[in-house]
Design a protein around this ligand. Structure first.
Ligand SMILES: CC(C)(COP(=O)(O)OP(=O)(O)OC[C@H]1O[C@@H](n2cnc3c(N)ncnc32)[C@H](O)[C@@H]1OP(=O)(O)O)[C@@H](O)C(=O)NCCC(=O)NCCS
Length: 152
């Protein structure tokens, strides 16, 4: 497995593949190719994707500002799940963040036990609930935070 960071020079076709995976995984809320491109082109945007045997299998997307970061999307193609792709993407995301970042936030659907399991495995804790944050279907969001240990 290879992990690649997309940037402003990444081919359009890659962003189209990322959008297709995101929409397959989360439905209408999935990002467009233009949204992925715009995030990847920002200095504080992070768009990483996994490649296995020439195929894009998963992605993670987020951004940072001052001492905080956010993960906005994690998605792995259904046929490639439970093989460690999301775990590898999370680890690379943490490595990519600047040293000044002290905490990472994200929101996840309350019923999404796979994603919540993934985040808890990496030390994210539930800190609050946003009532009816999601639509189609309406659902609460769990807000999770991971504190990065900057000591030694
Ligand atoms: C959540 C998702 C990204 C996990 O991807 P994945 O590549 O299958 O995950 P990994 O194989 O790297 O698993 C890493 C850990 O995540 C957790 N996990 C993954 N799938 C899980 C499941 N179905 N149920 C419970 N925990 C799960 C486990 O802790 C797992 O560690 P383990 O294998 O040692 O038990 C994937 O299921 C997905 O794309 N879901 C749809 C999109 C989505 O919901 N994204 C999150 C939106 S906020």
């Amino acid at each position: 497995m290879e992990i690649i960071r997309a940037d402003k020079n990444t081919q359009k076709q890659i962003f189209e593949s990322l959008s297709a995976i995101d929409k397959l995984c989360v439905g209408a809320e999935g990002w467009s190719a233009e949204s992925f491109k715009s995030e990847a082109a920002k200095d504080n945007g992070i768009v990483l994707y996994t490649v296995e045997n020439g195929n894009i299998t998963g992605l993670i997307c987020g951004f940072f500002a001052a001492d905080e970061a956010e993960i906005t999307s994690v998605a792995v193609s259904p046929e490639h799940r439970r093989k460690g792709f999301a775990a590898a993407l999370m680890e690379e995301y943490f490595r990519t963040l600047p040293d000044v970042v002290e905490s990472i936030f994200l929101e996840v659907r309350e019923s999404n036990s796979a994603a919540i399991g993934l985040y808890q495995k990496f030390g994210f804790q539930k800190i609050s609930l946003r009532k009816n944050f999601y639509s189609f279907p309406d659902e609460n969001a769990v807000v999770m935070q991971k504190l990065l240990n900057k000591e030694g």
